[in-house]
Design a binder for this molecule. Structure first.
Ligand code: SAH
Length: 251
């Protein structure tokens, strides 16, 4: 059995109990060294084989995983955050399926959750937005035309942008061109949950200059939307005059 495990955003105690338990009995770990905190490898037992996939191709990663599996090792593929977001796990899962190898996926705390905690903020505020859009600027990986930042921005929803902190000027101008006023509250969260985490907050139009001054151009998320502001409605769930499945209205 091969396990794809979400390592969480960085802090070693933000992996799930299931993920940590599997690392404790791993015989081989192939981890995404560019982003996974190496401190997570401390969960691994002595003698566990550890490989950094940052320098490997897909073929090489698959070769390692299949080799671990053939030798009967508990084999772990460790991805940053949650593997379902920009994790490139589909291609690995499909190869394993083609080889008839069983695998299981253990979810993780994505960095967009750790970024909200760092602020701290709630993405889905009543009266502000009930939608979170997760996307990215186009890089070497193309983004389908109908998902351009500008058209997503037109919703005015809460947004989190991955993989875009090296393109902040373009990002901010696309977001503004799409309809966010330049003064929309925004934040840049660098290395959420790591010891050197940094949170920069300001109006959307100022984020690129703030990032440049702070020297941040990678491992960061851009958060934008009214949810970072001060206005919102109270929730209905905890409203004293509102009944629901678990509680009767008190007034
Ligand atoms: N699967 C991961 C995302 C991988 S893509 C997840 O769920 O978080 C890599 C991008 O994620 C980085 O370029 C950066 O935009 C973001 N990222 C990953 N870890 C981060 C962290 N601790 N703080 C801020 N951004 C992070």
């Amino acid at each position: 059995m091969i396990y794809f495990i979400g390592a969480g955003p960085g802090a070693p105690d933000l992996i799930t109990l299931r993920g940590a338990e599997l690392l404790r009995r791993a015989g081989m770990i192939v981890y995404a060294g560019s982003l996974v905190n190496p401190a997570l490898l401390d969960y691994a037992p002595q003698g566990c084989e550890v490989y950094d996939s940052a320098l490997m191709t897909l073929d090489e990663v698959m070769e390692k995983l299949l080799d671990g599996e053939r030798r009967g090792l508990t084999t772990v593929r460790l991805h940053t955050g949650d593997p379902s977001l920009y994790g490139a796990i589909r291609e690995q899962m499909d190869r394993l399926r083609a080889e008839g190898v069983e695998f299981s996926v253990v979810p993780g705390v994505s960095s967009f959750c750790a970024a909200a905690a760092a602020i701290p903020a709630e993405y889905t505020l009543p009266g502000v937005s009930q939608t979170l859009i997760i996307s990215r600027m186009e890089g070497r990986t193309p983004v389908p035309a109908r998902e351009g930042i500008r058209s997503l921005a037109a919703h005015g929803a809460s947004m989190v942008l991955f993989l875009s902190s090296a393109m902040l000027k373009e990002l901010a101008s696309e977001l503004i061109a799409g309809g966010y006023p330049p003064e929309t509250p925004a934040a840049l969260v660098y290395k959420a949950s790591w010891p050197d985490e940094r949170v920069l907050r300001g109006p959307l139009a100022s984020i690129p200059a703030m990032a440049e001054e702070a020297g941040i151009s990678k491992t960061a998320l851009v958060l934008v939307g009214g949810f970072l502001g001060d206005e919102y409605d109270l929730s209905r769930l905890y409203d004293a005059s509102f009944s629901h499945g678990c509680r009767r209205a008190s007034q």
